[in-house]
Design a protein around this ligand. Structure first.
Ligand SMILES: *Cc1c(COP(=O)(O)O)cnc(C)c1O
Length: 395
């Protein structure tokens, strides 16, 4: 028999001697016993299935990024720069900011985690819209904070008045997600300014702009222009979406110097790996190529949304990310199952709706075939109007 790792039965014997009374085990903090699960988008693992469930871009890495990765791989016996200095400076230059304002982390979720942990004493409140990014409730709860979720308006937008009204004595921060994941709704620049005017100066506003590159709306947010005015504003960005580096995990926050400096001190040393640093650095220099890819996704989004509206989907709002939202209510799971059968994975939120990523044109066409069938199915069972398109889908 091979020596070394004990089999399960041997382990059991070691851990639970039958003759001794069971001793108490280690205990995690109470807050961790009731965490909501983060359900990742289905992985589209089977060949021939398109993955439209995680809001990734469908393109392979840019050649310059792959070359930087190969280059960096040769030095992975060495630690990376502890605080990703070169990348930090490149990001700062890209946004016309000083490097002291930029904090890089292992994905923007990790940066958000650090910020929320740094902000919340037990019982402190974090206000955010709901439904929104499903990482937020987990991050707040693990940090010991309390989530205050403010329902979106009927068309999936943040209810900024209600969010401002939800700010109380214990509120330390508000998270604003625009375009909102999963509904795709955006906030305009003037709406954001009006909101910031209402938020007390000692309450942080964390502006999650993961999908900012895809926005083509009127009056888009120019968050960097607001940083000098609203010192409680922190901007959150990622390399996972438009830059196509989801698998490498790089994101960053930009905010006032004093805050960023302390957060950096509290961050994980060597928290961004060497390959991710090199790849993000290369990606940021590929502005034109990244921009072209984003433009292609946006064009495809507009094509898909146009088709959807022509099919009779009149309640999809004006999604501005690389995804759209079908408010299907209880039918969300059935739609997702139908989608998988048709060859695409989408992201259902039980009882609420389905988020569909804009992918390859071929994948989007599969989705459009499916949505057409669904509108027809709903209309036949639901009293179609004169146009032959059902006014309301079964919810
Ligand atoms: C995808 C996404 C992110 C990106 O997270 P990373 O950790 O950088 O991959 C952040 N916020 C929202 C709302 C997202 O949808």
């Amino acid at each position: 028999m091979v020596m070394g790792i004990p089999g399960p039965s041997e382990l059991d014997e070691v851990q639970q001697p039958a003759q001794e009374p069971e001793r108490p085990g280690v205990r995690l903090r109470e807050a961790l016993s009731t965490l909501p699960a983060y359900v990742p988008g289905a992985s589209g693992a089977s060949p021939g299935v398109f993955k439209l469930s995680s809001n990734e871009v469908p393109y392979p890495p840019l050649p310059a990024v792959l070359a930087a990765i190969a280059d960096a791989a040769e030095d992975i016996n060495r630690y990376p720069q502890m605080y990703a200095d070169r990348l930090t400076h490149a990001i700062a230059a890209h946004h016309d900011q000083v490097a002291d304002r930029v904090l890089v982390g292992n994905g923007s979720v990790a940066v958000a985690e650090l910020i929320i942990r740094a902000m919340c004493e037990p019982g402190d409140e974090v206000v955010y819209a709901w439904r929104s990014f499903e990482a937020y409730p987990i991050l707040v709860q693990v940090a010991g904070g309390t989530s205050v979720q403010v329902p979106n308006t009927a068309d999936g937008r943040h209810d900024l008045d209600a969010m401002a009204a939800a700010i109380g004595e214990r509120t330390r921060m508000v998270i604003v997600c625009t375009p909102n994941n999963p509904t795709g709704a955006t906030i305009s620049h003037s709406e954001l300014v009006a909101f910031l005017e209402k938020v007390p100066s000692d309450v942080m506003v964390l502006l999650d702009e993961a999908y900012v590159h895809f926005v083509r709306s009127e009056d888009p947010i120019d968050a960097f222009s607001l940083l000098p005015v609203y010192k409680n504003l922190v901007i959150l960005r990622t390399f996972a979406k438009a830059y196509g580096l989801a698998g490498l995990r790089v994101g960053y926050a930009v905010g006032r110097r004093r805050l960023i400096r302390t957060l950096r001190t509290a961050s994980t040393p060597f928290g961004v790996n060497a390959i991710a640093q090199a790849a993000a650095l290369a990606a940021i220099e590929q502005d034109a190529a990244v921009g072209a890819r984003v433009a292609a996704v946006v064009a495809e989004r507009e094509r898909v949304l146009g088709e959807l509206r022509a099919q009779g989907w009149d309640d999809i709002g004006d999604p501005q990310g690389n995804f759209f939202w079908l408010p299907l209510g209880d039918a969300a799971g059935t739609f997702a199952a139908d989608a998988l059968a048709a060859g695409v994975t989408v992201r259902p939120f039980a009882g609420d709706g389905v988020r569909v990523t804009i992918g390859e044109p071929e994948a989007n066409d599969i989705v459009l075939e499916l949505t057409k069938r669904w509108v027809r199915g709903a209309s036949s069972g639901n009293g179609a109007d004169e146009t032959g398109v059902g006014g309301s889908l079964q919810r």
